[in-house]
Design a protein around this ligand. Structure first.
Ligand SMILES: [Zn+2]
Length: 293
């Protein structure tokens, strides 16, 4: 039994990774549906250099130890729930997704809105063109871990640092100059230890103030029903300085919702990507060229 339990734990965590962020684990288990399988969990003893083995990746780092811990926020373990200004930030998690992320980028471009993308390292490695497009079009990035393990904080130091580093490495392999100044724990399950590790890579922990619950398709449905739900949630809960949690990976109805919701948000709030220490260049879009094939 002892040998079976770790396997079951990994299996459960992998299945739960389907649903996205924001829900509790029990709800995730009920809502779980097939997704692209995550990469095999990295082995601390492996000698491979692939980013699929985070524990042993040796890429240049922006590590500075000890780094100051960001000002405490009101989220779990002091994670940030506000932008620090009156601006509202849209954050989209769990991509990049070559279809839905590109559709969302088209929409954001057409609406003149910048957002922040919390990307999963294994997916960043699989879809580098989408990462390049995110950066080229002036959006900002957030590390959302390598394979979205909800129990990330329970992993040992070597695994944990490897996971975070490899995610940044995958992003930088696609966009070498991209700034990655934010980290969001899978499911928002921040602990003080995760916050500390993120800080060692100069990443601030971001939570959210509004969860549009677009991952709750079992409860709210899809299509127009989900659009109504997301719209109601966002319009009711958003305040100046808020951070809105949403998802682009595998969520076409979310993108469809923002098509009508963005004009409302723009009429009520100043929208901006979570800022980096130096603004990213707002380069001309080469969307068609940059799409994954
Ligand atoms: Zn997530």
């Amino acid at each position: 039994m002892r040998r079976v339990m770790p396997f079951l734990a990994v299996l459960i965590v992998s299945v739960l990774a389907a649903a996205g962020c924001g829900e509790n684990v029990a709800v995730r288990a009920a809502n779980a549906k097939p997704i692209t399988p995550p990469s095999a969990p990295p082995s601390p003893s492996s000698t491979a250099t692939s980013p699929s083995s985070p524990a042993v990746t040796h890429a240049p780092l922006r590590e500075a130890a000890p780094a100051p811990i960001p000002a405490a926020g009101r989220g779990p373990a002091g994670s940030l729930t506000t932008t620090g200004s009156d601006a509202v930030a849209l954050t989209f998690d769990d991509g990049p997704d070559p279809k839905n992320t590109n559709d969302l980028l088209d929409l954001l471009r057409d609406q003149g809105v910048k957002a922040t993308f919390c990307v999963v390292g294994s997916r960043a490695k699989a879809h580098p063109a989408v990462i390049r497009r995110i950066v080229a079009e002036g959006h900002t990035l957030c590390n959302h871990s390598w394979q979205h393990l909800y129990n990330l904080s329970e992993r040992d130091d070597k695994y944990l640092m490897g996971d975070l580093r490899s995610t940044n490495d995958a992003i930088h392999a696609a966009a070498p100059d991209a700034k990655i100044e934010y980290f969001r724990a899978p499911g928002g399950y921040f602990t003080r230890r995760l916050v500390d590790f993120a800080a060692r890579l100069n990443m601030k922990p971001i939570y959210w103030s509004v969860d549009d619950q677009c991952w709750q398709s079992n409860k709210y449905g899809v299509g127009p029903a989900m659009t109504n739900h997301i719209t109601t949630m966002v319009q009711r809960e958003t305040r100046p300085g808020g951070i809105i949690l949403s998802h682009d990976n595998g969520k076409p109805y979310t993108i469809a919702t923002y098509r009508s919701l963005l004009p409302w948000l723009k009429s009520k709030f100043r929208l901006e990507a979570l800022p980096t220490s130096a603004p990213l260049p707002d380069l001309p879009s080469r969307a068609k060229d940059l799409r994954d094939r």
